[in-house]
Ligand binder design. Sequence first.
Ligand SMILES: Nc1nc2c(ncn2[C@@H]2O[C@H](COP(=O)(O)OP(=O)(O)OP(=O)(O)O)[C@@H](O)[C@H]2O)c(=O)[nH]1
Ligand SMILES: [Mg+2]
Length: 250
Amino acid sequence: MPAVPQCVHIVMPAYNEAASLGAVLRAIDAAGRGSGINLRMIVVNDGSSDATGLVARNHEGLFPVTLIEHTQNRGLGAAIRTGLLAAVDLASDDDIVVTMDADDTHTPLAIAQMVERINAGEDVVIASRYRPGSAVIGVPWHRRLLSCAGSMLFCIFFPTRGVRDFTCGYRAYRASVLRRAVSRYREEFVNQEGFQCMVDILLKLRRMDLRFGEVPLTLRYDRKEGKSKMKIGRTILSTLGLMARRRIGL
Ligand SMILES: Nc1nc2c(ncn2[C@@H]2O[C@H](COP(=O)(O)OP(=O)(O)OP(=O)(O)O)[C@@H](O)[C@H]2O)c(=O)[nH]1
Ligand SMILES: [Mg+2]
């Protein structure tokens, strides 16, 4: 058992998520209550033009919310970089850093399972769409097909023990591992600007002799307010480009 109480720092990139963020924070409160988990929240407001920042600032819940503001929209990669670096700064080595979306599609119940697995020895735990018990609700068929094809390609070209879902952004990392990754890769650690930043982080951690694991994800895409902001064509092309570069060692 750690000498200081362990904290779980949730890093949440948020771009125009005012309609969902309040519900997400309340759901995390509810999941944290009685779990014995010491939660801290870092919301990165990525230059939203709606009230995302206000919702985060006004949240009065069980756990402290730190709000970091980008004055302009800089994209998911930059928001994740800001959030992870802030978490590494705040966290002790025994702490855990979780990344999750602010669009109310990631159910917070997985957090307790991920924490348990890290405390049992795994270094990175992914909430995965490809484990028994996973449920994917409301995702259009073409998006399912795309994620599935992407996962298969990653499993073939970058086989990693314990990992089936390379692209999901809902993950937990042992804080000491993130700290080592930041000092190993420096500013290169999160250097992909788009949605492919999540898979790139995993490909970098994969070179570090770590233990990876997965817990089942319940993805509630039916709760997403408004349309997806992901540009599918651009994401496919940049992910394939990234795969090719990482495969030849660039
Ligand atoms: N789209 C987008 N999301 C951002 C940006 N900056 C931060 N985010 C946040 O990053 C998280 C992931 O974005 P999502 O749009 O949910 O991406 P996704 O889950 O891969 O795909 P969809 O849910 O289909 O849109 C959300 O919490 C966003 O609010 C940005 O510039 N663009
Ligand atoms: Mg999402």
